[in-house]
Design a protein around this ligand. Sequence first.
Ligand SMILES: Nc1nc2c(ncn2[C@@H]2O[C@H](COP(=O)(O)OP(=O)(O)OP(=O)(O)O)[C@@H](O)[C@H]2O)c(=O)[nH]1
Ligand SMILES: [Mg+2]
Length: 303
Amino acid sequence: MGLFDKFKAGLQRTQAKLSSEIHRIVSRSPKLDDDTLEEIEYTLISADLGLPMTQRILAAIKESYESQGKDGLDVLAVARREVATTFKGQTHGLHRQPEGLTVVSMVGVNGTGKTTTAAKLAHRVQANGDTAVLAACDTFRAAAVEQLKEWGNRLEVPVIAGSYGADPAAVGHDALSAAQARKADYLFIDTAGRLHTKSNLMKELEKLHRVIGRQAEDAPHEVLLVLDASTGMNALTQAREFNKAVPLTGLVITKLDGTSKGGMVVAIHQELDLPIKFIGLGEQADDLQPFDAAQFAEALFAE
Ligand SMILES: Nc1nc2c(ncn2[C@@H]2O[C@H](COP(=O)(O)OP(=O)(O)OP(=O)(O)O)[C@@H](O)[C@H]2O)c(=O)[nH]1
Ligand SMILES: [Mg+2]
C-alpha cells in the first residue's frame, strides 16, 4: 500500500464525514447561499478543524464561487488546497545525530499511545537499516514493562528495563549505557503516562531528561509528545503544559483511524509552533506514518 492509500484508509472515518457531508450539502442547492455555507461550516467544525481553518476554507470557497460560479466550484479541492498550504514549511521525520546515538523520549498523558509508538518507531528505523534499543522507563504501571518487552520480542529489539517501582531516571541511565555499548543508532524511551497537572510527576520527567542529558550531549535529542486524536482540543492544553516542563521537539498524533475528528491535526498545528512528526493510523507496527501535509489534506477531503 502506498503512503496515500495508508493515509486514506487510516483517515477513512474523518474523510467519510467530511467529504460525503460536504458533497451532499453542495449538490443539493444550485446556489451557494448562506444556509449552505453555514452547513459546510458546521461540518468542518464538527471534524475538529478548528475555527481559524474553518473560516479560511469558507472564505476560499466564497471567493472561488464568486469568480467561477457554482459550476466551476470544487469545494473539496478548495478545502484540500487550504489545508495543505497551512502546513507549508513543516519538517517531518525523526532527527538523526550526525554521529552516535540519537535519544528519543516519548511523553504524554495516560493511554495516548506512547509505548506503542516507541515500538513502532523502533520498527521504522530498523526497516531503514538502523539499530534501536527500547528503554522501559514506565516503572509505575506493573504491566508496562511486559508490554514493551512483548513488542521487543516481536520486533527483535532489545529492551532495557528495571524493576517495578524503580527510579525511571536510573533505568534511563542504564538503558543509555547499554545502547551506547551496543553502538545502537537510536534509543527510544518509553515513559509513564502522566497528567500535566501533576507537578511531582512532571518533575520526575524533567529529572529523567536531565540525567540523560548529562550522560550524552544534547540528549534527549527528540522529545515527542504523543497525543490521542480522539481527545480533540484537550490535546492542545496537554501540549502547552508539557512544553513548559519538558521542551518538546515534535508531536505524534495517534488513533486517527478511530475518530471522525481527524481535523484536530490541522487545528493543533495552527495553534502550536511544533511540527507534527508522525501520525498513528492503527495498532500494528507499521501503522505509524511520517506526517505529510499534502497527502494528509488529500486523504481528508478525498472524493
Ligand atoms: N487504533 C489505534 N490504536 C492505537 C494507536 N496507537 C496506540 N493505540 C492503542 O492504544 C492503546 C494504548 O496504547 P499504549 O501504547 O499502551 O499507550 P500509552 O500511552 O503507553 O499508555 P500508558 O502507558 O498507560 O500511559 C493500545 O491498545 C494501543 O494498541 C493508533 O494509532 N491507532
Ligand atoms: Mg505505556
